[in-house]
Design a protein around this ligand. Structure first.
Ligand SMILES: *Cc1c(COP(=O)(O)O)cnc(C)c1O
Length: 584
């Protein structure tokens, strides 16, 4: 009789099931180990017993995985997911059958040609280089070539008509940044001994950003090359933290479906399973109940955005923080986009007395935050900050090699050498603008955004057809076609029409929608934006009547991407786009 007793307490509510199972799981493990060693069987008997235990363990762990999936997603959604993954596997096989394939390839080639035409701009008066010039060009010639290249037909960003993309801080700041680059263009953060001034500036940049996100004394962080690197690092740190301190070998991450693709990339790069959670249909924030259901003993990280890229909505970080504390799991807040807008909402008083949501280190569950200095911080492109609540978490993102032939090596982020000049540009920007400057920029950008929001809600034409998604508080407004107008207006047609007028809205899917991230450059042209939005909506309604609600290139593209059977083709179009980037 083995000396371990199994005590099973029936769960009192659905919420308790994972906990009860967790206890049972550990009891079973010890039961098996103890029974094995206390069994009195002979040599062959114990070999057979071992064999049985290995088989049992295999089946048991598969069943546990299955159970976690069903518990996390519910039976219906699990079956739906299974169907999707089978379709994702089978459909490409069907589409590659010879007679279907040739037809598809033909259409795909046409799309690729269109992409090339769109992307690969060139002109007869430009020099062409497909190899190094034998003799280097004189400086004046290179400079005149640069001017010509700048003039290639492009989306006019400097008139404020592009959503996001260019976060311009003014001409004077641009000059300061260029001077900084000029002075520090050879600097490399890999060598703090050679560039002690750069080290000091980098440490101060991190400290300044920690301060605006209300980090505790123990707060720390590092600078990175951009939001994606910050997200990759927070993913890596969470995985290593889970492995080191909790022995988690099959790490899982839980994030809203609206989380930035950088988190998907982190899970893909670092071998973690990502659970994407649906939104609450009223608030467009992540559905907390579903987050809770997906938490299990493999969860290494919870995520939320402040705000998210698609809709500009701040998740209920307070709610997620409570879960993070309760289950002792790290929580990352993606404030890459929010950056110097969300952190100045409170002090700029741009929303008056309205109660603002909490999202920073003042919430006890928040363990890391990413903030892009190269967005609303107006620093030169290629700079972002990843912050942690304590050095133990940051250490988990470090790469250390003490026995490398090249000498003892350590690097804090993904890159080895890092462009010191960019970091110096960032430092110069932050100290030049200061808290007061950021409060002012936050105030003017958010005011303009709220004006756009209220126009969509009040203008008779806009409000008849369009609907703002959720209750955005920052610099991004997303809108979709109202439920009862779906047949009368195609949102993608509207996007295409706006494009023709020079306005570049971002295209969204699930649901089909458009968004605009306002920048400093958009503020002075807001009236034009609203005017063009109204006239384009009227025109799009006419066009939709003539051509149907699924017409147009963009609608066709998203039609392909949105269907499980053809999603593989959409992937091929993206690959073609990426290949085009390097065609000469
Ligand atoms: C821009 C952005 C990021 C990071 O993107 P990068 O292009 O790598 O700077 C991350 N999250 C959100 C919400 C963003 O808008």
């Amino acid at each position: 009789m083995p000396p371990v007793e199994i005590v099973f307490n029936w769960p009192k509510s659905l919420d308790e099931i994972p906990h009860v199972l967790w206890i049972l799981h550990h009891q079973l493990k010890s039961y098996i180990v103890v029974s094995y060693f206390s069994s009195n069987s002979n040599f062959w008997g114990s070999i057979y017993l071992l064999r049985d235990l290995i088989v049992f363990n295999f089946i048991y762990s598969k069943l546990l995985d299955l159970f976690n999936v069903i518990l996390g997603y519910g039976l219906f959604k699990s079956i739906q997911n299974l169907y999707r993954s089978i379709s994702g596997y089978v459909s490409p096989k069907i589409l590659s059958l010879p007679f279907i394939k040739s037809k598809i390839d033909k259409e795909l080639n046409e799309t690729v040609l269109k992409i090339e035409k769109e992307i690969m701009k060139n002109s007869d008066d430009l020099k062409q280089f497909d190899s190094l010039p034998g003799n280097g060009l004189p400086v004046e010639e290179v400079e005149s070539e640069l001017v010509k290249l700048q003039k290639l037909k492009h989306s006019d960003w400097n008139n404020g008509r592009v959503s996001g993309a260019v976060y311009h801080g003014g001409d004077q700041l641009l000059k300061l940044q260029s001077d900084a680059y000029h002075q520090y263009s050879v600097a490399n953060q890999l060598h703090p001994d050679v560039f002690p001034g750069v080290r000091k500036m980098e440490a101060e940049v991190v400290a300044m950003v920690l301060d605006i996100f209300n980090a505790p004394e123990t707060g720390c962080g590092s600078t990175t090359s951009g939001g994606t690197e910050s997200l990759l690092l927070t993913g890596l740190s969470a995985r290593e933290y889970g492995r080191k301190y909790k022995g988690i070998t099959k790490p899982e991450v839980i994030a809203p479906i609206t989380i930035h693709a950088g988190i998907e990339k982190a899970c893909y790069y670092f071998g973690m399973k990502l659970h994407k959670v649906d939104l609450d249909p009223n608030t467009y924030q992540v559905d907390l109940k579903k987050v809770k259901r997906l938490i299990n003993s493999n969860t290494v990280l919870l995520c939320g955005s402040a705000p998210n890229y698609p809709h500009g909505i701040i998740d209920d970080i307070e709610g997620i923080s409570k879960l993070a504390v309760k289950y002792n799991i790290p929580l990352h807040v993606d404030a890459c986009l929010g950056s110097f807008i969300v952190s100045f909402l409170e002090s700029s008083k741009v929303h008056g007395d309205k109660k603002l949501p909490m999202f920073d280190f003042r919430l006890p569950g928040v363990t890391s935050i990413s903030c892009d200095t190269h967005k609303y911080g107006f620093a030169p492109k290629g700079s972002s900050i990843i912050m942690y609540r304590n050095p133990k978490l940051r250490e988990c993102q470090y790469y250390i090699s003490s026995d490398w032939t090249g000498g003892m090596y350590g690097s804090p982020t993904l890159a080895g050498s890092r462009p010191g000049a960019l970091m110096v540009g960032c430092w110069a920007t932050l100290v030049n603008i200061g808290k007061d400057g950021y409060r002012k920029s936050c105030s003017s950008i958010v005011k303009a955004t709220m004006e756009l929001k209220s126009q969509i809600e009040k203008n008779p034409i806009l409000s008849n057809y369009l609907e703002v998604i959720g209750d955005p508080l920052g610099s991004v407004i997303a809108f979709k076609v109202k439920q009862n107008q779906q047949k009368n207006l195609s949102i993608y047609e509207l996007g295409d029409l706006l494009s023709k007028k020079g306005w570049h809205f971002a295209t969204l899917q699930n649901p089909a929608a458009l968004h605009f991230a306002l920048t400093r450059l958009t503020v002075p042209v807001l009236d034009e934006l609203i005017e063009d939005l109204v006239t384009s909506t009227e025109e799009a309604v006419k066009l939709t009547k003539e051509k149907g609600s699924k017409s147009g290139d963009t609608a066709a593209l998203y039609g392909i991407a949105g269907n499980v059977h053809t999603a593989g083709l959409a992937d091929r179009i993206i690959v073609a786009f990426l290949d085009t980037l390097y065609k000469i």
